[in-house]
Design a protein around this ligand. Structure first.
Ligand SMILES: [Fe+2]
Length: 590
């Protein structure tokens, strides 16, 4: 059975293809269209999926859209009517922006792909999130918690899933919270208040939170109240997002917290204003974490299960995830590599396969590498055309030694291997790598490549078996680090020698690399350890500020030429910045 999953029209469109119950490919549209967070109907992603699997659209048994457009329309209409007459001006705006082409999605899919309308299915948004989280995790019984801004109506769901001996899947929803009450919207509102772009700047709020004390916690708690049944409710007098206003927070919120930050003003943490922003970020982060831990704890009590699968954009909050793992009582916490809406393309396809067509469950390979493969020959061709020196090293040990040696010399390496990651994190296939030991490396990367705020830390990657030597991992922490989903403390004795990846509060968003999942990256970390003494590398996504992660060799090359990356590696091809004429091929990158 061949099922295509699609997520589109809100943020981060994607397509995923399932053949006989197992994912074959999945990619975000932005990686192909080269428009960051591309929300358009993912034609390029669909085309690539079908091409990679050598399928024609008419060979698909089903095309599944990741949410139900009519339900979403109902929500927007209802909210507009409730807010009438205040909201009447904003209604067309909300229709256009929030809904986009969604209502007509069946027609779009049918006409763009030439697929019969009867083969087009729809899943619910949070069901897609739940499926991505549960059905890709190596567990057969787990509690499931999903949280995001909003889908159709749901903003948070609690449930559990199971796979029986015969492979029958059940996903049972216990409770859900409805818009406008939403943890994702709460956090996004603060993201906007702090002057960062919503749906992208949430990482920045989390990074900034480490610089402050949660001295506004009481204020934030006034805005989000726990209800007697264990749920939560936003005090809507502090918010305006539900009325479709241009601003997501109200004057009352400004009266409580002070003026919002102008996005164009740089944050200077040494000023009282900068310190206030950090304290506000710390406060909303604290409240979010407390609520999530509490919800997870009661879900643990209610289900008695050991495993928890987390989905939805809120699951990208690594600090909250680490606290859930430590404090909720669950033994294992599974967060997929793409818990946000892009991953829903895969989740929607899985829902159709396991629940609609009742196909028996098949274990989903436990890795994030579902995107296009990098072509080492393509890089070789471009480098030769451009007259740059290159080396092709067919022997893997030679390649690994060469790159490890360069990294140990302080060089910055663009590292492209195999198939691209699904999700927002570079996990060793489209990464920029560097020595993590000195703070000056962080500054160098920020200055010459990433151009980002100082309060956004870089992440470390470490072989899973060495992780505990450097990081304080709770039980289950190595698993959470598999897709870089948890923030943990760096052991104090290593902080100085891991300065470029240790955040101001002594933590790091560590990737624990298993040999089985990423053998070449694992080998590189080991070789680097042998050369430099510590098997830890700084791993940041391979892109420039404002651009999507690189996908093909040509994009890696163009990025490499435009920034301070010293060495570019795609597959077994290694390119340095010197002209070919200046060196014999053998000493190309030494
Ligand atoms: Fe979502």
């Amino acid at each position: 059975m061949r099922i295509l999953g699609i997520s589109a029209h809100y943020h981060d469109s994607a397509a995923a293809l399932l053949v006989d119950g197992v994912p074959v490919c999945a990619v975000q549209e932005e990686r192909l269209s080269r428009r960051k967070n591309d929300a358009a109907f993912p034609l390029a992603a669909i085309e690539w999926c079908l091409e990679a699997a050598r399928l024609e659209p008419e060979q698909l048994d089903a095309v599944v859209f990741y949410e139900k457009p009519m339900l979403k329309f109902e929500r927007i209409l209802t909210m507009a009517l409730r807010g009438f007459p205040r909201s009447w001006r904003s209604f067309p705006h909300a229709m256009k922006n929030t809904l986009g082409g969604k209502l007509w999605v069946k027609g779009i899919i049918s006409s763009q792909l030439g697929v019969r309308a009867s083969r087009i299915l729809f899943t619910e948004h949070h069901q897609s999130h739940a499926a991505t989280a549960f059905l890709t995790a190596p567990t057969r019984r787990a509690a499931i918690l999903t949280a995001d801004g909003v889908g159709e109506w749901a903003t948070l769901s609690l449930g559990h899933g199971s796979v029986d001996e015969a492979g029958n899947v059940s996903l049972e929803l216990l409770r859900e919270l409805h818009f406008p009450h939403s943890l994702g919207m709460l956090y996004s509102t603060f993201t906007a208040y702090l002057g960062f772009p919503v749906n992208e700047g949430e990482y920045k709020v989390m990074g900034l939170a480490s610089y402050g004390q949660p001295s506004f916690e009481a204020s934030v708690r006034k805005m989000v109240r726990r209800t007697a049944d264990g749920a939560l409710a936003l005090d809507l007098s502090y918010f305006e997002f539900h009325e479709g206003a241009r601003r997501s927070f109200s004057d009352k919120l400004v009266a409580e917290l002070g003026p919002p930050r102008d996005p164009l003003d740089p944050i200077d943490l040494d000023t009282p204003e900068g310190a206030r922003y950090a304290a506000i970020a710390a406060s909303v982060q604290r409240v979010l974490e407390d609520i999530l831990v509490d919800l997870a704890r009661s879900l643990r009590r209610e289900t008695g299960l050991d495993d928890l699968c987390l989905g939805g954009g809120v699951a990208l909050n690594g600090c909250a995830n680490a606290r859930i793992l430590r404090e909720s009582g669950f033994r294992n916490l599974y967060v997929p590599s793409a818990p946000g809406d892009a991953g829903c393309a895969l989740g929607a396809a899985l829902v159709a396969d396991r629940l609609h067509f009742r196909q028996p469950h098949r274990a989903v390979p436990d890795h994030p590498y579902w995107g296009p493969e990098v072509d080492a020959q393509e890089l070789a061709r471009i480098a030769v055309e451009d007259g740059l020196e290159l080396a092709q090293l067919p022997r893997e040990d030679e390649l690994i030694d060469r790159v490890a040696h360069e990294l140990a010399q302080g060089r910055i390496v663009g590292w492209m291997q195999g198939r691209a990651e699904l999700g927002p994190r570079a996990l060793g296939n489209r990464s920029i790598l560097a020595a993590p030991h000195g703070a000056e490396m962080r500054e160098k990367l920020n200055r010459s490549i990433k151009y980002r705020e100082e309060f956004r830390p870089f992440a470390p990657a470490v072989p899973a078996e060495h992780a505990e030597r450097f990081f304080e991992l709770p039980p289950g922490g190595t698993r959470l680090g598999r897709f870089m989903s948890g923030v943990f403390r760096v052991r104090p004795e290593w902080r100085e020698r891991l300065a470029a990846v240790t955040h101001v509060d002594g933590t790091a968003r560590v990737q624990t690399v298993e040999r089985k999942m990423a053998p070449r990256f694992h080998a590189l970390l080991e070789a680097y350890g042998a050369a430099a003494g510590i098997p830890v590398l700084l791993n940041t996504s391979f892109n420039l500020a404002g651009e999507p992660m690189v996908n093909r060799a040509v994009e890696g090359y163009s990025t490499f030429r435009r920034c301070g990356i010293d060495l570019l590696v795609a597959g077994n091809t290694v390119v340095g910045k010197r002209r070919a004429a200046q060196a014999a091929p053998e000493e190309a990158v030494a």
